[in-house]
Design a protein around this ligand. Structure first.
Ligand SMILES: [Zn+2]
Length: 382
């Protein structure tokens, strides 16, 4: 097992292999190199590795490692991709691990390639042959864009662990709830014409003005009718994000689009929010038949909640020494939970550094993460 890298070396190699995912072609990269790197390491440890191509992606792969055998066990899951970076804002090469100021800098150190370096380190210290229940490690593709990897893995129902930990950066605080996220484009089809003769056309911007009024009403309905005090923003949200319409001041605007996003609370399904949106627009659709429509901009990600009582929550709170909490960002947790296991999000590093220039993982996370992972493996696999 001499070829296996230590924690810092593993981190270095994970950071040095870019795996950016982006909706923009110019940024989007494959993740096979990093998946193969992880596969080689865990195979060396005696793990069974399964690399699967994720359908409907640009050549992206998931990796599932199985250590030990049997039923139940523990799944440690994370994503293998990172977001793009602002070159000018980084003080050093984002793909070269820099150890400075008691911090490891690099793209993906905290969100979340670093998590796999921790797992590798801990796995080198346990006796794999004595595992009584399986320890699974899952590295997914495209979490930062479509969550295609986690969606595909959930559909496959390949394993059924007792519990799953998603190692996103939560500063080692167990996260048991987050909101869902969906984006829609509302389109208004008008009829263009010369601005000097308004009656000859239908102005799409003017209709959109009414649509916006109705959406702002929906926004206040959402904030007065639904609430969950576990969140710092207690209600579901609706954001008017981008608007586009028309081409010239002297033409009647023939087409206008508005992109919005909505974030649901746990217990609220995607369908609930979509039907509220449809209801809001339906009144205007009667007034302007055939002119207003809406489409999903990308697949939604559902809200997440690990219901209590949960033994996993109790144990995670005990081991981490922190009470569980809710967060505003979305993760792969709702998909992993579909495997039928108790699921929480719990990992090293802070979300404040994720998606930021000069992303880092503080050294003070190392010992705590080691202890936490070791305790979880001992509890669920021995
Ligand atoms: Zn992440």
């Amino acid at each position: 097992m001499n070829q296996l890298p230590n924690f810092v070396e593993a981190m270095k190699q994970l950071i040095a292999n870019p795996s950016i995912s982006s909706m923009h072609d110019s940024w989007d990269q494959g993740n096979l190199t990093i998946i193969q790197l992880l596969a080689t390491w865990f195979e060396e440890l005696g793990g069974q590795v399964d690399i699967q191509k994720v359908p409907d992606t640009r050549n992206k792969f998931n990796l599932l490692v199985t250590l030990g055998s049997g039923e139940g066990g523990l799944l440690l899951a994370g994503h293998s991709d990172t977001v793009p970076y602002d070159e000018n804002k980084w003080q050093s090469d984002p793909f070269q691990l820099r150890d400075d100021n008691d911090k490891f800098y690099g793209l993906g150190t905290c969100d979340m390639k670093g998590f796999f370096a921790f797992i590798l380190q801990v796995c080198q210290r346990i006796n794999i042959k004595q595992l009584k229940k399986p320890l699974y490690i899952l590295a997914t593709a495209d979490e930062e864009t479509t969550m295609a990897g986690a969606r595909f893995f959930a559909q496959s129902q390949a394993i059924k662990p007792d519990v799953a930990i998603i190692g996103e950066p939560t500063s080692l605080v167990p996260v048991v709830m987050h909101k869902g996220h969906m984006s829609h484009r509302i389109s208004v089809e008008g009829k263009s014409g010369h601005s000097s003769k308004p009656s000859a056309g239908v102005n799409a911007i003017e209709i959109m003005h009414e649509v916006i009024g109705a959406l702002i009403l929906l926004k206040s309905t959402l904030s007065t009718q639904f609430s969950n005090q576990a969140f710092d923003v207690e209600s579901p949200t609706l954001n008017l994000g981008a608007i586009n319409g028309g081409d010239n001041a002297n033409r009647i605007c023939g087409h206008c689009t508005l992109d919005i996003d909505m974030r649901s609370l746990p217990g609220m399904s995607d369908e609930d929010l979509i039907s509220l949106l449809a209801e809001t627009l339906s009144k205007l659709a009667v007034k302007y038949p055939g002119r207003i429509s809406f489409d999903e901009l990308h697949l939604s990600s559902p809200s997440f909640e690990q219901h209590k009582p949960s033994e996993l929550i109790t144990i995670a709170e005990e081991i981490s020494g922190c009470a569980c909490c809710a967060v505003n960002y979305a993760t792969e947790a709702p998909f992993i939970q579909q495997l039928g296991c108790q699921t929480i999000v719990l990992g090293p590093g802070s979300i404040d550094q994720a998606h930021q220039p000069n992303e880092f993982l503080a050294h003070d996370q190392i010992e705590k993460t080691d202890k936490l992972l070791l305790a979880l493996i001992k509890r669920y696999c021995y």
